[in-house]
Design a protein around this ligand. Structure first.
Ligand SMILES: C=C(O[C@@H]1C=C(C(=O)O)C=C[C@H]1O)C(=O)O
Length: 185
């Protein structure tokens, strides 16, 4: 039989309370938000709608701040993380538009409705606010950076992310850990 120590070690890794279990959903939801950004890019392609939409960004940031407050989480930290999520979405959109400009045969032939796509973004953003609110301990632990990086690598492999989406995922995450680039430290 495995030693008690081994069992406790495995339990610590697989527990829903482990730092990995707390941080992995942030990486997963960030990757999902970036996958939806492909649809945002398709919705805007050929319409003249700009990739940067500061009015919509303000709405997104105000909404997540309010959700964080309702959950008793820190709205300032939540907004900081979402500024990176938005930048990452624009990395994906610009990258795809560049590819489609260079080779129009790769461009989407159907145009999704931007309003519908944004409803999906809102849903994922709400889940992400919950994941942020539930991970305060893991985000302030010294292990946060390495654990989050491990989660991102795993998501990259599971979802077979291409270079564009891998780079964008890295752009989405630097403020998640309290001592990350966006932190006060
Ligand atoms: C995703 C969009 O593109 C950009 C990114 C946003 C986001 O990540 O929420 C919001 C507005 C745009 O600047 C969008 O227009 O909905």
């Amino acid at each position: 039989a495995p030693s008690g120590e081994l069992v406790r070690g495995a339990a610590a890794i697989t527990s829903v309370h482990s730092p990995y279990a707390r941080l992995r959903p942030i990486a997963v939801l960030s990757a999902e938000r970036l996958a939806i950004s492909d649809l945002v890019a398709a919705a805007k392609w050929g319409t003249g709608s700009p990739i940067d939409d500061p009015v919509r960004e303000r709405q997104v940031l105000d909404a997540v701040a309010e959700q964080a407050r309702r959950l008793g989480a820190d709205p300032v930290v939540t907004v900081r993380i979402f500024r990176d999520q938005i930048e990452a979405s624009k990395v994906v959109q610009r990258g795809l538009h560049r590819v489609w400009d260079a080779d129009p045969s790769q461009a989407p032939t159907e145009r999704p409705d931007l309003g519908e796509v944004r409803k999906e973004i809102n849903r994922i953003s709400g889940e992400l606010v919950r994941a942020i609110a539930g991970s305060a301990d893991a985000r302030s632990a010294p292990s946060c950076g390495p654990v989050l990086a491990a989660a991102a690598v795993r998501v990259r492999h599971e979802r077979r992310l291409d270079g564009l989406h891998t780079g964008a995922l890295a752009r989405a995450l630097p403020s998640v850990c309290v001592d990350g680039d966006g932190g006060e430290g």
